[in-house]
Design a binder for this molecule. Structure first.
Ligand code: APR
Length: 252
């Protein structure tokens, strides 16, 4: 098991506010592959430029829609892990704000309220032409499929797209505003838990540094080194589910 430094427990013991910044590693132990991990990254099979861009979608809607429909099915078939559950319990002990890069609903299904989905949500498809949210039937593949026709928008007959932020697209304004406000509200003694992110994608990757500038104690939970490790006050090199359960379990 991963040793959690006493300084990490002490930091949380003394904190009033905890800001959680979670990435794909948060859901890894639920069985949702991350994006860039060598051995499991889903994108091992695909080149991101093939999938996560509006251009890729417009060039071949069924190819891109199939990948996201499979991910929706996958997320629906797995459960929140002990890390999600621990964070939901933490909200009963401290003032917790969660801002996630993840497009799954596992934080919510564990009982957390999520202040911001910086990269949107798998479960908010919308029309790629008129932007109308799509709340109709979504056919989910039971195994990965190469192509699947996206639903058609009932308003304008356009192709429905995943409700996620693709490379080059702007983040949801409300999610950014809520996250920046939470970072600016941090005071010395508050804690930021940066969980399971490679720190490669901005602006999400910039929030830990902003939080540190506000005087908060920044703690990374990640089995591997990331782009933000150097700016953290503490790092816990272990898996989120095990580490978060240990941390929350140790709080009085
Ligand atoms: N617990 C904690 N962290 C883990 C675990 C685990 N069990 N397993 C893997 N990790 C870490 C990896 O070491 C890596 O640093 O999770 C991180 C996953 O990194 P990415 O796959 O790059 O995920 P993320 O940082 O969320 O990607 C950011 O890029 O692909 C786009 O929009 C997509 O939101 C995503 C964004």
């Amino acid at each position: 098991t991963t040793a959690v430094p006493d300084a990490v427990i002490d930091a949380l013991q003394g904190a009033r506010r905890v800001l959680v910044l979670s990435g794909a590693g948060m859901s890894a132990e639920s069985g949702v592959p991350t994006f860039r991990d060598a051995q499991t990254g889903l994108w091992e099979a695909f080149d991101p430029t093939q999938l996560a861009t509006l251009e890729a979608f417009q060039m071949d809607p069924p190819f891109v829609w199939a990948w996201y429909a499979w991910r929706m099915q996958l997320v629906g078939a797995v459960d929140p892990n002990a890390g999600h559950v621990a964070l939901a319990a933490l909200a009963g002990l401290r003032e917790v704000t969660i801002s996630t890069q993840n497009v799954d609903d596992l934080h919510e299904r564990a009982g957390s309220s999520v202040a911001a989905h910086l990269h949107g949500s798998l479960f908010e498809p919308r029309c790629s032409e008129c932007d109308t949210p799509y709340d109709g039937e979504v056919e989910l593949p039971q195994e990965p499929v190469e192509r699947l026709d996206p639903p058609t928008c009932p308003q304008c007959e356009g192709d429905v797209r995943p409700g996620v932020v693709w490379f080059g697209e702007t983040l949801p304004e409300q999610a950014v505003e809520v996250t920046e406000a939470a970072v600016e509200a941090l005071e010395p003694g508050d804690v930021v838990l940066v969980i399971g992110t490679s720190g490669l994608v901005y602006p999400a990757a910039g929030y830990p540094a902003m939080a540190r500038a506000e005087g908060a104690t920044v703690i990374e939970i990640n089995p591997h080194e990331s782009e933000i490790s150097d700016m953290c006050h503490h790092v816990v090199r272990g898996p989120a589910a095990e580490v978060l359960a240990a941390i929350v379990g140790a709080l009085r």
